[in-house]
Design a binder for this molecule. Structure first.
Ligand code: SAM
Length: 348
């Protein structure tokens, strides 16, 4: 048996490899290894979640951000970005429309907009939970203090997505301005876990300066941290950022990593991300077949969708739109999966 097949076997049995072994698994990848990994990941996922694909309604609450991450289209330094912020009423309307279609998770994502204080957010979260007690509320609003996360949890939020972006400190420094730090990012993740959130981390595939050895460290971090969720998608350049001329990440490699992550932590909730769908016409389907089990259609009001432009050509219509859930259902059925509107918590 060749080395890669031996590593895939070991990963399937032990859910763990050394950093060196992860690096080999990445370095020696080929089509055959990708196929075998995807088959194993798919069968492991089906053993836990059957063929269900959970949907989350994504509400992009604000593209105002105090941070200046070098890769991101809504960075504070991008003066061409047309800024917006949703009101409490807007957000509740999104939830109402989403609930009617069947969504039982609402994800509030946005830039680090100082308007969204603990008080403002608690009020919105409390109201969503009052109106829809059977729905989960997920937040993805960046770095906040321990106390702030605690207040938001107390208000009723269930899950928090905060990609670690890279598990290599030096690499983190090349992607972010000097005011941001790797240690604070990692600290936030630990705090969220301690407070009792279901926590999601994640990273971009093919971000500038990324090396394969760094991805091996990302995988080791995921193995050790055991997040409840993990968002990984290809890096895609945005025309108004310093990384405008950088190459986009590879969708096939992204799928390869999705399969590995499924085998590392079998019950993980793993989205086939918008970035994967944006870069490749059938990216979403390929992600699901590689072991992902979550899709996050856009529930934001139609008139703001194009403004939440993290990267060039981000999908915001077609199957990306929540209204097109029916079409998404058909697409998933055609590849043997079933869209589930359950709340979809992690099965531990
Ligand atoms: N502000 C929050 C935070 O920092 O977690 C949430 C919003 S942030 C825009 C969500 C994620 O988008 C980031 O964690 C990053 O990985 C991803 N993202 C930003 N720019 C991207 C790009 N150019 N290509 C792919 N993904 C990108």
């Amino acid at each position: 048996m060749n080395n890669v097949l031996r590593l895939i076997d070991k990963l399937e049995k032990e859910h763990s490899l050394t950093v060196q072994e992860y690096e080999e698994l990445i370095e020696w990848r080929d089509d055959e290894a990708a196929k075998i990994l995807a088959q194993k990941a798919d069968s492991v996922r089906k053993g836990i979640y059957s063929n269900k694909v959970y949907v989350r309604g994504l509400i992009e609450v604000s593209n105002i951000c105090k941070n200046n991450c070098l890769y991101c289209g809504i960075r504070s330094g991008n003066k061409s970005c047309e800024r917006y912020r949703l009101t409490k009423e807007d957000i509740l309307e999104c939830c109402e429309a989403g609930y009617r279609i069947g969504f039982r998770t609402f994800v509030m994502q946005g830039g680090e907009d100082p308007y969204f204080t603990d008080e403002v957010l608690s009020d919105i979260i409390t109201e969503i939970k009052k109106r829809y007690p059977d729905a989960a509320v997920t937040l993805s609003l960046g770095e906040r203090s321990y106390e702030s996360y605690r207040i938001l949890k107390e208000a009723g939020a269930d899950r928090y997505l905060l990609r670690h972006e890279t598990a290599n400190e030096m690499h983190y420094g090349k992607l972010h301005p000097k005011e941001m730090s790797y240690s604070n990012r990692m600290n936030c993740l630990r705090n969220l876990r301690e407070i009792g959130f279901q926590v999601g981390c994640g990273f971009m595939v093919g971000s500038p300066y990324q090396e394969e050895s760094y991805i091996a460290n990302d995988l080791k971090f995921i193995e050790e941290f055991k997040p409840d969720m993990c968002g990984i998608g290809p890096f895609i350049p945005h025309k108004d950022t310093p990384f405008r001329d950088e190459k986009a990440g590879d969708p096939s490699f992204t799928c390869y990593l999705l399969s590995i992550i499924r085998l590392i932590h079998p019950p993980i909730l793993l989205p086939a991300t918008t970035a994967l769908g944006s870069i490749s016409g059938d990216g979403r389907e390929r992600g699901i077949m590689a072991g992902a089990n979550v899709i996050m259609p856009n529930l934001s009001p139609q008139n703001v969708r194009r403004k939440y432009e993290l990267y060039n050509n981000k999908l915001y219509s077609g199957d990306e739109a929540a209204e097109a859930l029916e079409s998404l259902k058909k697409k998933m059925l055609s590849i043997g999966y079933e869209i589930s509107t359950e709340r979809g918590d992690i099965k531990k």
